[in-house]
Ligand binder design. Structure first.
Ligand SMILES: Nc1nc2c(ncn2[C@@H]2O[C@H](COP(=O)(O)OP(=O)(O)O)[C@@H](O)[C@H]2O)c(=O)[nH]1
Ligand SMILES: [Mg+2]
Length: 258
């Protein structure tokens, strides 16, 4: 596989829609005539809505990890996530058998397994750190309150801090939100003052200072202009997602050529 492959890591909290979006984005890119492959990095996935071109489950099986190490399901998920790094050479070799422009990477169900443990960082840094970005999915049900929305942006910022690659924030499953909720979330994503006011209105006065400082830190970081609304069900938003993915790569190319 050439050095020019672009890696889009799909990251987000459990149930945010990562695997479904991986499937829908793969379809959307193929319809646009692009060469794309999917890489599943979730050893714990039981069923996937797509057939991964490269699948970590070929090397790591949760049932075997539980048996061999005497672990329960949660311990096995953690151990299996750590083992992903140990199998990266094999994953890389198999990726090398494909010629593609894009690699869409589906990540473990629980965000902390990829973002907080060393394995995720190791994968990103070893596959192609200069040609990688994160599509960070915000769960629409958690994004309907200002504090839920802000918390997810903070987790997105933490993800970027850990993985050190560009990040595009994506409001997942936009089809499940009412027009009213979509408008509210859009206003928070454009206007730091509106988000701050809404967070204050939700927070008891004795805890407001922490909330305000955290929301202001997000604003200082540049906020998240261009929150992309995507629905894997209706197919809405994939042109916008693709534009954001492309511009992250161009931004890193600019950095590289500096
Ligand atoms: N309505 C709707 N449901 C979705 C969408 N994307 C995912 N889902 C559902 O959300 C649930 C979790 O999705 P999944 O992709 O497994 O989440 P993951 O844990 O982040 O990989 C599943 O029941 C999906 O069918 C979407 O765009 N719209
Ligand atoms: Mg999944």
């Amino acid at each position: 596989m050439s050095k020019e492959n672009l890696y889009c890591y799909v990251v987000g909290t459990a149930g945010a829609g990562k695997s479904t979006l991986t499937a829908a984005y793969d379809r959307a890119l193929k319809q646009r005539g692009l060469d794309v492959i999917t890489l599943n990095l979730d050893p714990g996935a039981e069923r996937l809505p797509y057939t991964p071109d490269v699948d970590i489950r070929d090397w790591i099986k949760i049932s075997e990890v539980m048996e061999e190490h005497g672990l329960g399901p949660n311990g096995a998920q953690v151990a299996a996530a750590d083992m992903v790094a140990l199998n990266l050479t094999e994953v890389q070799e198999e990726l090398g058998t494909f010629r593609s422009d894009y690699v869409i990477v589906d990540t473990p169900g629980q965000v902390e397994l990829f973002v907080f443990r060393e394995s995720g960082r190791f994968v990103v840094q070893h596959l192609n750190p200069e040609r990688s970005m994160v599509a960070y999915l915000l769960d629409p049900f958690l994004a309907r309150t200002a504090s839920g929305f802000a918390s997810q942006l903070m987790l997105g910022a933490t993800t970027q801090f850990r993985l050190q690659v560009p990040l595009a924030p994506v409001l997942s499953k936009a089809d499940v939100l009412s027009m009213e909720d979509l408008d509210l979330i859009t206003s928070w994503s454009h206007d730091a003052d509106a988000l701050e006011d809404a967070v204050i209105a939700e927070t008891p006065s004795m805890h407001q200072q922490l909330s305000v400082e955290l929301v202001r830190a997000l604003a200082t970081l540049g906020g998240y202009p261009g929150l992309i609304h995507v629905s894997s069900q209706s197919g809405e938003g994939f042109d916008d997602l693709n534009a954001a993915v492309q511009s992250s790569f161009f931004a890193s190319e600019d950095l590289l050529s500096d």
